[in-house]
Design a protein around this ligand. Structure first.
Ligand code: PLP
Length: 469
């Protein structure tokens, strides 16, 4: 047996698979956005096809596509108001497909020079777009978690030039990371995986605008110094995951400089708004950080997993990730050429950059700008609709994230309503607690979501809340 398909079967398969995919991509709204799962049924379905024999490809492909169709929250659906998961834009789907076929190896420059240079070009374009005045360096990552981990490793190597050789045990104090209590838990996970431990993460409480409280930040730094700890880095968030809040990046930058700390900005979600001329002031100061995380598989609507780590420090990625091997090609010695495997966490790596290059090349920055502006604007429309229907909005951001409830709701009422709506398949939204009280959280992540979808959402909310009052 071989793994090959002849050209006749390939043509047949591609035609069939593309017809099924096109039906989904063109009409996600014909599905329920989500439903109540029967775990046993799904497990059984997933184990239905045996590997002890070969199986007809048509049947297997139908099985997989049917499984995804039946048993998934449909993030490309216009009534998906959930986490940051996008509907993938078409150009970026093509990019993933082209990448899978050519399968360029992005470990070494010399194996895929064109792909590598496309990635450099995109990194530089992003640096300019978000306002890096000086030099820019960076790398593509699988997601914000990897990009934030990269930032922490860079901060460690910047502060302790012997870090890679001697490790944490050679340090004469505990390095500390400061971030707000609303920041993403990938920071805690990175602290775990670097060996710093979660005790290294100081979660600074937020003020009434859900921004890191800077008085408490300074107090905590002083306290840590008194305890013999080493202030390593401060991580500001530009667009918190729950509420879309943006820390005061300019003031945090001043504090970071005062204490010689690395300043990383986690803009996994909110970084996209920096590319809109009209709304970039929402994240002003994003250009001040030593480094920044910007996810592509959130607001830039590319398939997972794709994120960008950018830094102003031209040397730090090389210092942090360089290793010498006998068997890898030695392109790194050549001036101006970057070998990703000595410049990032991953080794063998997919051509991630094409997923953003292709939509940018086809639609231009203006394509994204129009999309982002429109999402910001229809979120405002939704706020107005909610307010005029007696809902109260608990967060305050221009980003399309809206957390709301009703004044008369007790304890878990909002949670129950959201659960019922999600199980009904009429819309999908999440719950986010503010000061211990649950709110419904709606995020407009789909570039196809329009006013009709918003009216539908408000109607559904009204119907389900009337049932419980
Ligand atoms: C989503 C998110 C992350 C994690 O990014 P992944 O792409 O899921 O790995 C980190 N920080 C913030 C602020 C996020 O919203």
């Amino acid at each position: 047996m071989s793994l090959n398909f002849d050209d006749v079967s390939r043509t047949h398969i591609v035609r069939n698979v593309f017809a099924l995919l096109e039906d989904y991509y063109a009409n996600p709204e014909r599905r329920q956005v989500a439903k109540d799962w029967d775990m046993r049924e799904i497990k059984q379905y997933a184990q239905q096809i045996e590997f002890s024999q070969s199986n007809p490809s048509d049947a297997v492909l139908r099985h997989v596509i049917e499984g995804l169709d039946q048993y998934a929250v449909h993030t490309p659906h216009p009534n998906y108001f959930g986490l940051f998961n996008p509907r993938s834009n078409f150009a970026s789907i093509l990019a993933d497909l082209i990448t899978a076929v050519y399968n360029p190896q992005l470990a070494a420059w010399s194996h895929a020079p064109f792909a590598n240079e496309i990635e450099r070009f995109v990194i530089e374009a992003f640096g300019k777009r978000i306002g890096y005045a000086e030099t820019v360096d960076g790398t593509f990552c699988t997601g914000g978690a990897e990009a934030n981990l990269t930032a922490i490793l860079c901060a460690l190597n910047q502060a302790f030039p012997n870090f890679n050789e001697s490790g944490l045990s050679a340090l004469d104090g505990q390095p500390m990371i400061f971030c707000s209590s609303e920041s993403h838990h990938s920071i805690h996970k990175a602290a775990m995986t670097t060996g710093l431990g979660t005790k290294a993460v100081q979660s600074i409480p937020v003020d009434k605008n859900f921004q890191m409280d800077l008085v408490l930040l300074k107090q905590q730094i002083v306290q840590d110094l008194e305890n013999g700890n080493i202030p390593l880095m401060v991580i500001g968030t530009a667009g918190t995951t729950g509420l879309g809040a943006v820390d005061d990046l300019k003031s945090i930058n001043d504090i970071a400089k005062d204490y010689q700390m690395w300043f990383h900005i986690d803009a996994a979600y909110g970084g996209a708004i920096a590319t809109s001329q009209q709304y970039k002031s929402v994240v002003s100061g994003i250009e001040l950080g030593d480094s920044v995380t910007i996810d592509l598989h959130k607001w830039f609507s590319v398939p997972m997993g794709a994120s960008i780590f950018l830094t102003k420090n031209r040397k730090i990625l090389h210092q942090t990730f360089s290793v010498k091997t006998a068997y890898m090609p030695k392109d790194g010695d050549v001036d101006q050429v970057v070998d990703p495997y000595v410049h990032s966490i991953q080794w063998s790596r997919r051509f991630i950059g094409l997923k953003i290059y292709l939509p940018l090349a086809i639609h231009g920055w203006q394509g994204y700008e129009q999309t982002i502006n429109r999402q910001v604007e229809i979120a405002q429309l939704l706020r107005d609709k909610l307010l005029s229907n007696g809902w109260i909005i608990r967060n305050n951001t221009l980003m399309p994230i809206i957390c709301f409830t009703r004044p008369e709701f007790q304890d878990q009422e909002m949670v129950e309503i959201v659960n019922e709506i999600n199980a009904s398949g009429k819309a999908w939204l999440s719950v986010y607690p503010i000061d211990g009280k649950p709110t419904a959280r709606v995020c407009i992540t789909n570039y196809l979501t329009d006013e009709a979808a918003l009216d539908h959402l408000v109607e559904v909310l009204e119907a389900y809340s009337l049932q419980t009052i």
